[in-house]
Ligand binder design. Structure first.
Ligand SMILES: [Zn+2]
Length: 297
């Protein structure tokens, strides 16, 4: 586990998701009222407690936990954290609330992730968060950290239940997965099934860009470079190119994820490229379903 300074009093924590350093980043804001941004998988909380210890933050002082979206690599640790951080409020998008608080919804989500990854307990064993501990996000809320307020923004596209947070004190933007993946200085798409939506994601990136952040704080992985606005521009341009490329290859080689990945230029590759191709195929077939529906009307 490593804790490193991201920007100002915002620290990046690498919980070594799936035993892999550099796979996922979550953040601790050492503000007057400390906040944790994202919870990692259900296996990540011990790494978070270790990070809090190293930063000298008492668990009872953590006041806010922002769950950017309810994919289990980001939200799987929430229920465990709720037990160990007794004074924290959990901020979750209204479209994601059920996956934190409802046993049937959470187990459906877990089963679908395990199936997709081909592993039992791929992201550990998540627990529920008591609904009374949750604060529902629709966009436009502010989270008062005592020394400044984080601004929450609805940020659909990567998933419908994604929000972002802007920190005016550091000009850091917790875009997490809403504005792409940042690998060794390069942008990569992050477009997983079942909720990826091209138009919504492009519109989100435009709204985030209007904040003119100084640094993007990504979920995959870590803080971005010095040209945060340039990264958002790059991602806005990249998303339609990516969808078009996958669409073209599906015409050439068929709907087979492996065949499409093999045919892709290495410039598109990332650790999650298979999942991200599958998300685009899902998005494209949804669109066809709709136009089919239109035609039969
Ligand atoms: Zn995600």
């Amino acid at each position: 586990m490593t804790v490193s300074e991201a920007v100002g009093d915002v620290h990046a924590v690498d919980p070594a998701l799936l035993g892999t350093p550099g796979a996922l980043t979550l953040y601790v804001v050492d503000a007057h009222e400390p906040a944790v941004v994202d919870t990692g998988s259900a296996n990540s909380p011990p790494e978070i407690y270790d990070a809090l210890d190293r930063l000298g933050i008492d668990r009872t002082d953590v006041a806010h936990v922002l769950v950017s979206h309810v994919h289990l690599d980001h939200a799987g640790g929430a229920g465990h954290l709720a037990e160990e951080l007794p004074n924290a409020t959990f901020y979750v998008h209204e479209d994601g609330l059920a996956y934190l608080t409802d046993a049937a919804a959470l187990s459906r989500l877990k089963r679908s992730v395990d199936r997709a990854m081909g592993v039992e307990d791929a992201y550990g064993d998540p627990k529920l968060v008591p609904e009374g501990r949750c604060s529902v996000v629709t966009g436009g809320e502010r989270v008062d950290l005592g020394d400044r307020e984080l601004e929450l923004l609805d940020a659909p596209g990567h998933a419908p239940h994604h929000y972002a947070a802007y920190d005016p004190a550091t000009e850091g933007l917790f875009s997490i997965d809403a504005a792409g993946m940042h690998l060794a200085g390069e942008m990569r798409p992050t477009t997983p099934p079942p909720g990826f939506d091209l138009e919504a994601n492009v519109e989100t990136v435009r709204r985030l860009r209007a904040l003119e952040p100084a640094v993007n704080l990504y979920g995959h992985v870590g803080p971005g470079g010095e040209d945060a606005v340039g990264e958002l521009d790059r991602y806005e341009a990249m998303l339609p190119e990516w969808v078009e490329r996958v669409d073209g290859l599906r015409t050439e080689v068929g709907e087979d994820v492996e065949a499409i990945v093999d045919a892709l230029d290495p410039g598109w590759h990332s650790p999650t490229v298979r999942r991200d191709v599958a998300g685009v195929l899902d998005y494209l077939s949804d669109g066809e379903g709709e136009s089919e529906g239109e035609r039969t009307k």
